[in-house]
Every structure is written in C-alpha cells, then in structure tokens.
Design a protein around this ligand. Structure first.
Ligand code: PMP
Length: 440
C-alpha cells in the first residue's frame, strides 16, 4: 500500500528537527504494522526504536484501534474537573495494579513532559501540606531528560535543551550523571562502579539543608541522553539518602515503564521504589497521547488530608483522563497481560545483549551499554563535528531499511517488545554495516 507524500512541507514546524535539512531531504514514515514502518512508497523500515521508545506492543494493534473506536462512539470527551467518566477510573485502577505496591493513586496527564511537571508540583504540594513549605529545592541530574515543560526542562540536565530559554526555574540543583567511569566501559547490564556518585546528594544537603529540599528526580535508566545505566547500588543509595532526609524520590519512568526493562516498571527491575513515578509513551502504546503520575498512597493522603475543604491540588489538564486515551491504555495493558510483554522482553534480553555487544570491535565504537531491551552504542565523534558521525550512520541505516535513534554520537536502540531473533539480527547487521561504511 502506498500513501501519497504531502505537497506542502513548509507549514509544519517540526519539533527537535533541522527543518531546513529535513525539507530538502525528507524521510517519511507513512504506515506501520508489527515491527515495521513503511515509507510513503511502501518501503519497509524495521523499527529499532519502538517509534520514540513508545510502541512497546508493536504497531497497528487491532485491539487498541478497536477500543479507541468503540469508546469514541460511547463518549468522545467529558471534563474530569469535579466530574467523572467511568473509563478514566478503570484506566487508573488498571495502572495501579501494575505499579509497585502502595503506589495506588494515579494522576492523568497527556505526555511525559506534563507528567514531569505534575510530579514536581505534587512534591511541592506534599511538603506544603505537611507544613514544610521551606522545601522548595528540586534536584535533577546532569544529562537527565524530563521533557520540555519549564519544570522538567529545569530539572533536566541537557544544556542544549535549556540554553535558548532564559533563566528557567530557580532553586534547582543537579547531581552528577553516572556515566564515564573507565571501569564501566562496555559493561553488560548495570555497571559495577559508581554507587558513590549518589553521595553528591549528601553534599547538597550539607550545602542547603535538608529542610530546603523537596525532591530528587532521575530516570532509572537515562534514555534520551544515550542510555546511561545506573551503577549497581546507586539507586539504592539515592533512595536511602532521600528517606533519611525527608526528600521525595521521583523516578521518571516514561521510557523504563511498561516492560522496557523486562518488568512492568524499572523500579522492580532495579529493586528500588520511588515515592512518585512518571509515565507516558508505552501506556497507550502511543496510539493516543497519554501520561500519568503514580504516587505512594501516603503522598496522596498528605496532600488530600492537608487541604482545607475543597480542591486539594490546583492542577490538571483539559484532557486529563481523556476517554479515548483511557480506552487505549486499558487495551494496551490488556495486551501486556495477555502477551506477557515484560516476560518476552526478559526472554530475549540475553540474545539482544550479545548482539549489541558484538559490535564492540567495529571502527569508532568506544562504548556499548544495555539494560532490558535498550542498548546504547557510542561512537567517537568526528574531529570538530560532534554528532555528524552518528547522524550519517542513522541516514545509512534508514536508507537500508532500519530505524535507529541518535543523540549526539550515541546510537540508542529500543525495539518493540515483540521483537524476535531475526529482527535483532537484521537490526544489528544493518547497523554494523553502516558503522563500517561510515568509517571507510
Ligand atoms: N521523560 C523521559 C524520561 C523521556 O524519555 C521523555 C521523552 N523522550 C519525556 C519525559 C518527555 O515525554 P513527552 O515527549 O511525551 O513530553
């Protein structure tokens, strides 16, 4: 099946894109099914990235499509401020069944960025409700990505995403990122060294006083900045310090949720439970935008009980708990259960890991890392042209029918969890050839 290309490429200002380059060399995805995208001309492109880390159940899932269609015929939209509609409650209950024990309260958003800002606002409201309104500092991490709202961007640690936008939020600090220790290069799974990097939180407590710090927000595995896997013991140490100092620990599970690490959320895989958890992407298999924030029941209780009569949290979105998104979420979670997607991810992880690390001896490969069904392959940058090498590898892969993602000179891979061995072989085969060809 072919889909016609648009005649006018000018009107759409594309996000996070080199618009002039794209419009001169448009690469388009027009259709998708299972593990593959198809260009407008019908050429297959194997999806090595689950879209943007989000189509975990594979593309074109009929069950999700039908659930959305059915819901659209019953209730297209209804407000959720002081009103309810049944399917939003059902979706929240289903998410609460998947989250770690005791995290049974779910706030709906429409994206990962909104989830990040919501989580930070809940943390501030929590402390205020408990009479600790001096706790206003928010702590993120270098190379953290929490979306593009002012909260998530400020707590996020990517210079390139921040520099255009002025002063950002005040009272924000950053822990060091966890990558770069020589002993950890080419580590398989969680690297051994670096738990001590969490002690930087202790230094911030000493500097500012625990009574000024509201929350620490990290991705369990940092995805967007190139697959930074937490060293063994690091998250445990962060948890311990947060608990000791009354600081809320927020996990941004927008990538690591919904089976990506072989467990429902990264929290289980990595053995650490946060106080607040953000999610989006895989929640609806990306068929309809939806995000959510799960909180410990005690966090919810503090905010709700701490409020005077009336509204407890002055926050929400027109589309919070949108009926079509809620229907997509329930259908997606049904698929997770019926097909045991986390189990599938776990089963193929050793094969995936070996395939990723088999690229080790290729030219310019300076590190490879992985966790669950994520892999990062870091290339040495071309002299004076950071990012150019990986961008060329991306273009070669696309033209050879494989979709990868690049961030700087790091290639990030995160296929749909329905991936099978022949897909893994093709993905790393084409990628290896592209890395070789670029170096030649
Ligand atoms: N947090 C993390 C960890 C993410 O990876 C992303 C998206 N890549 C976001 C937040 C932002 O999500 P969205 O683009 O849906 O706003």
């Amino acid at each position: 099946m072919s889909v016609s290309r648009p005649n006018n490429l000018d009107a759409y200002w594309m996000p996070f894109s080199d618009n002039r380059y794209f419009k001169a060399h448009p690469r388009m995805l027009a259709r998708a099914e299972g593990m593959s995208y198809y260009t407008p001309e019908g050429k297959e492109v194997l999806d090595g990235t689950a879209g943007l880390w989000c189509c975990n159940a594979g593309h074109g899932r009929v069950e999700i499509k039908e659930a959305i269609q059915k819901q659209a015929a019953i209730l297209d939209y209804a407000p959720t401020f002081q009103l309810g509609h049944p399917i939003a409650f059902e979706a929240a209950a289903r998410i609460a069944e998947m989250t770690p024990e005791g995290m049974d309260r779910i706030f709906f958003t429409n994206s990962g960025s909104e989830s990040a800002d919501t989580a930070l606002k809940i943390a501030l409201a929590y402390h205020k409700a408990r009479g600790e309104s001096s706790r206003v500092r928010l702590i993120g991490r270098e190379r953290g990505y929490h979306g593009v709202g002012f909260g998530g961007m400020s707590v996020g640690g990517i210079g390139g995403n921040r520099k255009q936008f002025g002063a950002l939020l005040p009272y924000v600090d950053h822990l060091p990122h966890t990558h770069g220790l020589a002993a950890n290069l080419f580590a398989k799974g969680q690297p051994a060294e670096g738990a001590h990097l969490a002690d930087a939180l202790e230094a911030l407590v000493a500097l500012h006083g625990a009574e000024t710090i509201a929350a620490v927000m990290v991705e369990p595995v940092a995805g967007s900045t190139g697959v930074l896997v937490p060293p063994v013991g690091y998250l445990e140490r962060l948890r311990e310090l947060c608990t000791r100092h009354g600081i809320l620990l927020i996990f941004d599970e927008v990538i690591t949720g919904f089976g990506r690490l072989g467990t429902p959320f990264g929290a289980e895989r990595l053995g650490v439970t946060p106080d607040i958890m953000t999610m989006a992407k895989g929640l609806t298999n990306a068929a309809v935008p939806m995000g959510a924030v799960a909180v410990q029941n005690a966090v919810y209780d503090a905010v709700v009980d701490g409020a005077a009569a009336g509204i407890e949290l002055f926050h929400g979105y027109t589309y919070s708990g949108h009926p079509l998104a809620a229907a997509a979420a329930i259908a997606t979670l049904d698929l997770h259960r019926a097909e045991d997607l986390p189990g599938r991810a776990r089963a193929i992880e050793p094969y995936w890991q070996e395939a990723a690390h088999s690229l080790r001896s290729l030219p310019n490969v300076i590190d490879i890392r992985d966790c669950g069904l994520i892999a990062g392959i870091e290339l040495a940058p071309r002299a004076g042209k950071p990012g150019a090498r990986a961008t060329e590898v991306f273009r070669r892969c696309f033209d050879d029918g494989v979709l990868i993602r690049v961030t700087g000179d790091i290639i990030a891979l995160s296929p749909p969890l329905i991936v099978e061995r022949p897909h893994v072989d093709r993905l790393f085969g084409v990628l290896g050839e592209a890395i070789r060809a670029e170096a030649a």
